[in-house]
Every structure is written in structure tokens, then in C-alpha cells.
Design a protein around this ligand. Structure first.
Ligand code: DAH
Length: 371
């Protein structure tokens, strides 16, 4: 039995040329196009359109299925029905393309509206420097103003510069595998490489500087150092500053005066500095140095553990053997050196009690120290 169907433009979509016609009961073009337009009107994005396209025009789609069912019609009806199905297919294609263009245009309008609305632009949060970087910069600033040049050295260092030339002999405990990270040269590289280590202190920068420059020398070197240590007060990676001054007639009094000036400039108030005799292979005499506690002024508080003093680092007069290793005449020149931890300094300034917090990489920690 044959019936007549008239397609009209339902649902407000752009109307295709009316496809009027006669198809069998089993080929309901009218119903199909109505369904299609209903679904098309509900699509909101490219993905939805693609799904619709597959559902109607894909290999297993509804329009394709209709074409396949042409065989069920009487032979005389097939040609006309085939043409009408093709017309429906074209209509679906055109309406999908039109809807895609419409969705794209709407998205563009939305984007433009967002950009033009300046109130929609939120200010970005500014990053801050890590407290260690802040401390490092402050130290560079103070020593720069005191007339020191800033030097640098590599993290992977020759064992010779890290130990031997600093008068740290082969049997010194610091050279033990338990304290030092040794670096293996690439296997099979066939290169003769001096023994390499991750530098255990910034003191090898003294050696590099004295090998490269003639006195007068006045430098500080700040940077990362590495040791096999890991607990609440030690990290396998930490930071030090090294100071070196070499010239004719340089004395321990100059060292003391420099440390005194530094501490005063850094903490913005006059603070005493004291030496305690100590031993480091690369200086003679050697001393540890403390500063008067900047928090209580020496009267005793929890930071200085009621002692009134805070230990800072090591120092002393450059050992003649170190000068000789660097080709500097120890008869003519004298020099002093010092070294201390930057991390401890940062902890002191910011009242941070656990060193590990510094290296956890937790952004919430860093955000507490705006620069
Ligand atoms: N390099 C020493 C350390 O890591 C610190 C030090 C002590 C540096 C005495 C010096 C110095 O320049 O004279 O413990």
C-alpha cells in the first residue's frame, strides 16, 4: 500500500525544499526527518553533531538503512523512492552543516564577549622566591656592597679541588664513601677522568679562583653542596657561602672586621662576633665563628638556646699548602677564608625549625615568604 507524505519545515530549522511524497509504509521519510530535526535542534556542540551524523548518515545510520530497504518496494516504485531518500540525505547533510556553522558562530560570540569583559580577567597570583633564594640574594647584596666579587663553581667537582688542593689528604674521613657522593665517569667512554665528586662544600671555589686569578682576591661563592646526610637538621643537598680574601698583609683582624661588618649589615644592627679555635685542614689557624643572637641581642632566647650566641660557620687563615697548590707564593701573600650554611641563615631569619620543610617542594610553604 502506498501513501503520501509531505515534508514541511518543522522545528524552525532552515527549510529544505519540500520533499513531497509517496513511499511505502515501511519507508517513513516523514517521521524520520521530523525525528532528525528534533535531535538536530538539541545538539550543542561538534561532538553531538558528529553523533547525529553517524546515527543518520553513517554506515549503519537510519537513512542508509532506508536505502537498503528499497528492495522491499514494488519495482516500479523503487526509482522514485530512491530519489526521495537521496533528497532526505542531502537535506540532513545540509542541515547538519548549517547547524555546525551556527554553533561555531555562537561559540565565537561567547569568546568575544568574555574577552571584552575586562572584569572577567582575574589578576594572576604572583610567584615568590624560595626563602633560600631570598637569603642568597640578600647575602650577595651585602657582600657586594662590602666590595666582594661573586664567583661560581660546578656541582660536579674534581676530587682534587674538593679535597687534595684544600690540604684534605687521602685518609681524611670526609673522603669516605659514607660522607661523599662519588660520580662514576661514563662506562666505556675511554676517557681518563680525574676522580669526580658532588662537591661537599663551596671551598673548592677558593681553589678555582686562586688558580685563575692573581691577588688581590676578594670573592664570595654561594651555591649548592652535597653530602650523604639526611635527618631533621641535615639534608643531602644544602647551600653554603664561601668567602676568600688574599693579598699582601692580610690578617685575622681583617677577617674579624669583615664578619662583624657583614653581620651588622645583614641583620641591620650591631652584633658582636666571636671566634672559637677549631681545625679545618685548609686554614691555619682555624676558628669557628659565632654571632651575638640577633633576636634577643645576647640576653638569651629559644633561638640561641639561652646562650646569647648563634654558631655561624668555619674560618681561618689560608694554609700555605693551599697557596702552593694554586701557584700563589705563601711568603708574599696571606689570606683568610670563611664558610657557612645559607639554609641555616634562612631558617634563622624566618624562624623555620625543620630543614626538611625547605626542600619538600610544597608551594604552601613557599607562599608564606613573599619577597
Ligand atoms: N668548608 C667547610 C665546611 O663545609 C667550612 C669552612 C670552614 C670554610 C673553614 C672555610 C673555612 O673557608 O676557612 O664545613
Amino acid at each position: 500500500m502506498v501513501r503520501t507524505a509531505v515534508f514541511s519545515s518543522a522545528c524552525g530549522a532552515p527549510a529544505p525544499a519540500p520533499i513531497v511524497r509517496v513511499v511505502s509504509d515501511s519507508i517513513d521519510l516523514d517521521g524520520l526527518l521530523t525525528r532528525f530535526r528534533g535531535e538536530l535542534a538539541g545538539t550543542e556542540d561538534e561532538a553531538g553533531l558528529y553523533q547525529l551524523q553517524v546515527a543518520y548518515l553513517g554506515k549503519k545510520g537510519q537513512v542508509t538503512a532506508l536505502s537498503k530497504s528499497l528492495g522491499s518496494l514494488a519495482p516500479e516504485d523503487r526509482k522514485a523512492a530512491g530519489e526521495r531518500i537521496n533528497a532526505v540525505k542531502r537535506a540532513c547533510e545540509e542541515e547538519i552543516a548549517a547547524r555546525a556553522a551556527e554553533l561555531r558562530s555562537r561559540a565565537r560570540q561567547r569568546e568575544l564577549a568574555r574577552i571584552e569583559d575586562v572584569s572577567a580577567v582575574r589578576p594572576r597570583a604572583l610567584g615568590t622566591f624560595h626563602p633560600i633564594t631570598q637569603t642568597r640574594r640578600a647575602l650577595e647584596q651585602v657582600f657586594g656592597e662590602l666590595g666582594f666579587d661573586i664567583e661560581d663553581g660546578p656541582h660536579v667537582e674534581f676530587a682534587r679541588f674538593n679535597f687534595d688542593d684544600l690540604n684534605i689528604g687521602p685518609d681524611h674521613p670526609a673522603r669516605d664513601m659514607a660522607d661523599t657522593f662519588f660520580v662514576q665517569p661514563a662506562a666505556g667512554s675511554g676517557r681518563m677522568v680525574d676522580e669526580l665528586v658532588l662537591r661537599t662544600h663551596t671551598s673548592p671555589v677558593q681553589i678555582r679562583t686562586m688558580r685563575a686569578r692573581k691577588p688581590p682576591i676578594r670573592i664570595v661563592a654561594l651555591g649548592t653542596v652535597f653530602r650523604r646526610d639526611d635527618d631533621a637538621t641535615h639534608s643531602p643537598m644544602f647551600h653554603q657561602i664561601e668567602g676568600l680574601c688574599v693579598d699582601e698583609g692580610v690578617s685575622m683582624a681583617d677577617l674579624r672586621a669583615t664578619l662583624y661588618r657583614f653581620v651588622g649589615a645583614f641583620f641591620g644592627r650591631e652584633l658582636e662576633v666571636r671566634f672559637r679555635p677549631s681545625f679545618f685542614p685548609f686554614v691555619e689557624p682555624g676558628a669557628e665563628f659565632d654571632m651575638q643572637c640577633p633576636f634577643c641581642g645576647g640576653s638569651g632566647c629559644s633561638t640561641c638556646k639561652s646562650s646569647g650566641w648563634i654558631e655561624l660557620g668555619g674560618s681561618g687563615m689560608v694554609h700555605p699548602a693551599v697557596f702552593e697548590a694554586c701557584g700563589i707564593d705563601p711568603e708574599r701573600y696571606t689570606g683568610w677564608a670563611f664558610g657557612f650554611g645559607i639554609d641555616r641563615m634562612a631558617m634563622l631569619m624566618h624562624q623555620i625549625h625543620d630543614l626538611r620543610l625547605m626542600f619538600d617542594g610544597d608551594i604552601r610553604f613557599a607562599e608564606q615568604f613573599p619577597c
